[in-house]
Design a protein around this ligand. Structure first.
Ligand SMILES: O=C(O)c1ccccc1N[C@@H]1O[C@H](COP(=O)(O)O)[C@@H](O)[C@H]1O
Length: 212
């Protein structure tokens, strides 16, 4: 299973989280949000990472030009689209950046929102399910109704996000079998300041999940 820790702002924390076992790190490229990092900060963090760790930039409601410039400047391996990007936008982005992983986040307000998934699967590498919040695009710490996701089986890989923590990850994974998980606020002291003890506890819990 892929394990993505998102909202990295400090290079030394990114390095430590990668060595604890994260397969992907996420960098928030959405200006005016609390975990925002600019391309210089992303480059500094990526310089500390082994090449095997995926580096995903999180964007929302911006232009293809903006995304492609930041990808070129930072060598991100993937982009997560966390706003209202359409399937056509994903298709266009994929044509321009064929070697970059595209993850479309769906912010789930109700069960109908899950039906959008099928419109994206042809154009993206993976989907990501996050919670809907009227004020914040992401990093809300709100959980999804895992029971309502039991039938969610898109034709592409998917990540479960939304309020996952070391304390609830086992419960989530007993109900669902996503291809990946994504955590941000659940392993933090404050926005953008990751708590390495919480990250270590997450990996202990995941080892338990694999053993059972
Ligand atoms: O984390 C942010 O600040 C953020 C800002 C804008 C778009 C997305 C953002 N974060 C994403 O939110 C989810 C879940 O976060 P949490 O675990 O509930 O705190 C995660 O995919 C982040 O990439």
């Amino acid at each position: 299973m892929r394990i993505k820790i998102c909202g990295i702002t400090k290079p030394e924390q990114g390095k430590a989280i990668a060595s604890l076992g994260a397969t992907a790190l996420g960098f928030i490229c959405v200006p005016n949000t609390p975990r925002y990092v600019n391309p210089t900060q992303i480059r500094a963090a990526i310089a500390q990472l082994p090449a095997t760790v995926d580096r995903i930039g999180v964007f929302a409601n911006t232009t293809i030009k903006d995304i492609s410039q930041i990808v070129a400047a930072t060598k991100l391996t993937g982009v997560q689209l966390h706003g209202d990007e359409t399937p056509a936008f994903c298709h266009q982005l994929r044509s321009l950046l064929p070697d970059v992983e595209i993850v479309k986040a769906l912010r789930i307000k109700n069960t109908e929102a899950l039906e959008q998934a099928a419109n994206y699967t042809t154009y993206v590498d993976a989907l990501l399910l996050d919670a809907y919040d009227p004020q914040q695009l992401g990093g809300t710490g709100k959980t999804l109704d895992w029971n309502a996701l039991q039938q969610f089986q898109p034709s592409c890989p998917w990540f479960l996000a939304a309020g996952l923590t070391p304390d609830n990850i086992l419960a989530a994974l007993t109900q669902l079998r996503p291809h990946g998980i994504d955590l941000s606020s659940g392993v933090e002291r404050s926005p953008g300041d990751k708590d390495l003890d919480k990250v270590a506890r997450l990996f202990e819990q995941l080892r338990l999940a694999i053993a059972n």
